[in-house]
Design a protein around this ligand. Structure first.
Ligand SMILES: [Zn+2]
Length: 150
């Protein structure tokens, strides 16, 4: 006899008792206070409840799916795809920035001014003098930057 057959045998032998009107039930988790059954009703999931003189109690601790309205049964089958959780770690990057020697602020891309004599200025500090002399790039340097090494 397998487990399923055993359960079937037990269920056939055990009659599930139903509280009848006038029966006393002991309710509450700790106190077991008595209440008298006065009738029955169903909850919004069509599950049986017992009415008593002290309130309404569910007959079962679970929901019997075959009693439930079809609209409330979740038919979504969960995906069986196993998702490997994403890993996260910090990446600290460093970059060199140019700082103005006058105001000690980072020089933004659009804050540079170069005059006709190739002197570079920090625009907000233009009246305090140039901060760099840009040397013209020779033909050789251009060639090496472009990878034309001959
Ligand atoms: Zn400056």
């Amino acid at each position: 006899m397998n487990a399923y057959q055993l359960v079937c045998t037990i269920l056939n032998e055990v009659k599930i008792p139903i509280p009848e009107i006038g029966d006393v039930i002991l309710k509450g988790k700790w106190r077991n206070s008595p209440a008298t059954v006065t009738g029955y009703k169903n909850d919004s999931n069509h599950q049986p409840q017992v009415r008593t003189n002290k309130g309404v109690y569910s007959l079962y601790k679970f929901r019997l799916q075959k009693l439930m309205p079809k609209s409330k049964i979740n038919t979504d089958v969960k995906e069986s795809v196993e998702v490997t959780p994403l890993l996260k770690r910090f990446k600290i990057s460093k970059r060199e920035i140019e700082v103005c020697p006058h105001c000690f602020q980072e020089i933004g891309e659009k804050e540079v001014y170069v005059d006709s004599k190739n002197y570079m200025y920090h625009r907000p500090c233009i009246n305090r003098g140039p901060i760099k002399k840009i040397e013209p790039i020779s033909k050789k340097e251009i060639q090496s930057l472009l990878g034309w090494n001959h």
